[in-house]
Every structure is written in C-alpha cells, then in structure tokens.
Design a protein around this ligand. Structure first.
Ligand code: NAD
Length: 297
C-alpha cells in the first residue's frame, strides 16, 4: 500500500509490530521519545517523525503502542499531539493496555475531530509480536472494526470484536488478571516441585500434558532452564515488565470494585506484584515472580 501508516511507541511490543507491517508492504512514519527505538525502525525503512502531530500530518491510519493511560492521553491530546493535526477521516488504533474510561474518552474526542478510534489491546507477548501472532481485542463500532481488521491481521492471528469502545480494554484486563494468577501459581508450583526433589523441566512437561497446563507453563515458563527464548532464560530481560503487570492488575482491581466483582486472587496478585516493584523487580519481565518467590523460599 502506498498510504503511510503511522506508528507511535516503538518499545518491546511496538517495534516488532511495526516491523511486521513493513515486512508486509506498508510504509511507516514513526515516533518514540527514545531515539534509539526510532533509529531501529528507520534502519528497517521507516520514516522518522519529530512528534505525534507530525505523524498525524502524514498518515491517516495511526497505531499507538504506549505504556499506560497518561502516555496515551499525552500523545493524543497534548499541544503537539495527534488531535492537534489529525486529518479528517483518519483511523486511530490504540493497542496499549489502558483503563476503559480513558479509551471511551479518546473515542469521544476522536468523534469531535471527525476521526475514528478503536481500542485494540493485544495479548501474546514479545514472541507473538515478533512472529505476527498476536491476539487483538477490539472495542468500537462495527465499521471501525471492519476498517482496522485487515491491518491488524498483518500483526496478529486473531482479531476479536469485543463490543463498543472500552470493551477491548475490559476484555484485556480480564485476560491479564488471569495471566498474573497463573504465572504466580506456576512459579509456586515449580519451586515446590524442586523442594520435593522433582526436575522442573520434567514436571513442566507433565503439567503441559495435564490439567494444570497454561500459557505461563507451556509458552513462557518462569523457571530458568526449562525453555529457551523466554525471559527466564535471559535473566528476565525484555518481555512484559513487572511494572506494566502491576498497572494491569491495578486496572483490574478498579474494574472489580466498580463492577462489584469478588476477586480474591486478583487482589492477591496485585499485592504480590506491588511487593515485587518495591523490591527492585519493576523493570524485569513479570515471570520474575519466580525469582521473587525463590528469594522468599
Ligand atoms: P515498553 O515500555 O517496552 O514500550 C513503550 C514505548 O513507548 C517506549 O519505547 C517508550 O519510549 C514509548 N513512549 C512512552 N511515552 C511516549 C510518548 N509520549 N511518545 C512516544 N513514545 C512514547 O512497553 P511494551 O512492553 O511495548 O508495552 C506497551 C503496551 O502494551 C503496554 O500498555 C503494555 O501493558 C501492553 N502489552 C505489553 C505486552 C508485552 O509482552 N510487553 C503484551 C501485551 C500488552
């Protein structure tokens, strides 16, 4: 396609996602506050922009992949933000995980600016982002979903329409609350297995063929030495930051309170990820809960 696609936020997830769009024939105009991230995309053929408004001047489809709500608000609404320069009719796809209310607010501002906005958070981790195998969870009107889908299919294998604006974000925090609980549980079990004299690799293999199986055990195993090419095999570098998981669990607990849902394990998971952030794990991958519990053992 000759039309430029904008991409803002080229971190652990955004950079490989942008690379897939380029590999599949799109020309990209990109921005990140960290220059080395922009340089990496430029070396693969992207055009560098000096800020979100410069992206919006050149592209009518813009993806954002930013850490949290405040970054999304900043990129969309600040004086140099997307809305300051956006072209009428543009499609704005936010792939970040943020709170549902902010997503709804961005969708309303988009409407006022004669543009379309869809919340499109993702699941699958850096591996799925790299291999174009993400799952997208979309919230927005039908026509917006139909318009976003072909582009998102170049970065993912599943594109689900979860409902109106905000429903993508709501679905995502449900997923991530379960992910955190399963990651903590998997870590507890693999530590106990070793205390029982079992080999964690063999124990994982059995679990993966049994009813305790989960993505945390079979795709992202937290115990060093069980799997290659996962954060636990490289001192928990890269991946999905513990600080970002704390953010998602905080969003999940706010959603639980707001919807009067009883979530004892979600609350406990937030407590554990809070403790980890206080003990120097914030920048490590979230599977380092294994390391944290090992220290406590
Ligand atoms: P990251 O911190 O690695 O990347 C975020 C990028 O945004 C960084 O490069 C940062 O410099 C850039 N940025 C921050 N503020 C900016 C601004 N104002 N303008 C331009 N760029 C800015 O985070 P990530 O791991 O890529 O995650 C991004 C989002 O995706 C988060 O909401 C996260 O919860 C979600 N997510 C992450 C994973 C994962 O496995 N890492 C999986 C699913 C969802």
């Amino acid at each position: 396609s000759s039309d430029l696609v904008g991409f803002i936020g080229l971190g652990n997830m955004g950079l490989p996602m942008a690379r897939n769009l380029m590999a599949k024939g799109h020309r990209l105009v990109v921005y990140d506050t960290v220059k080395t991230q922009v340089d990496a995309a430029v070396s693969d053929g992207a055009i560098a922009a000096t800020g979100p408004s410069e992206v919006a001047k050149q592209a009518t489809t813009i993806c954002t992949m930013l850490p949290a709500s405040q970054h999304v608000r900043d990129v969309y609404t600040s004086p140099g933000g997307i809305f300051s320069a956006v072209q009428s009719g543009s499609l704005l796809i936010d792939c970040s995980t943020i709170d549902r209310d902010s997503a709804i607010e961005m969708s309303e501002l988009a409407k006022e600016n004669n543009t379309q906005y869809i919340d499109a958070p993702v699941s699958g981790g850096v591996g799925a982002a790299t291999n174009g195998l993400l799952t997208f969870m979309l919230g927005g009107p039908d026509d917006c979903y139909e318009r976003a889908k072909p582009l998102l299919e170049k970065m993912g294998k599943n594109v689900f329409h979860c409902g109106e604006n905000g429903a993508g974000q709501a679905t995502k925090i449900c997923n991530n609350m379960l992910l955190a609980i399963e990651m903590i549980g998997t870590s507890e079990v693999l530590l106990m297995a070793q205390n029982l004299g079992l080999d964690p690799k063999l124990c994982s293999k059995v679990i993966n063929a049994s009813s305790g199986r989960s993505w945390s055990c079979d795709t992202y195993n937290p115990c060093p030495g069980v799997m290659e090419n996962v954060p636990s095999s490289r001192n928990y570098e890269g991946g999905f930051g513990t600080g970002l998981m704390r953010k998602d669990l905080t969003l999940a607990q706010a959603a639980a309170v707001g919807s009067k849902s009883v979530t004892p394990l979600g609350a406990m998971a937030l407590h554990i990820y809070n403790l980890m952030c206080q003990h120097g794990f914030e920048k490590k991958d979230f599977s380092s809960v294994y390391k944290f519990l090992e220290q406590e053992n």
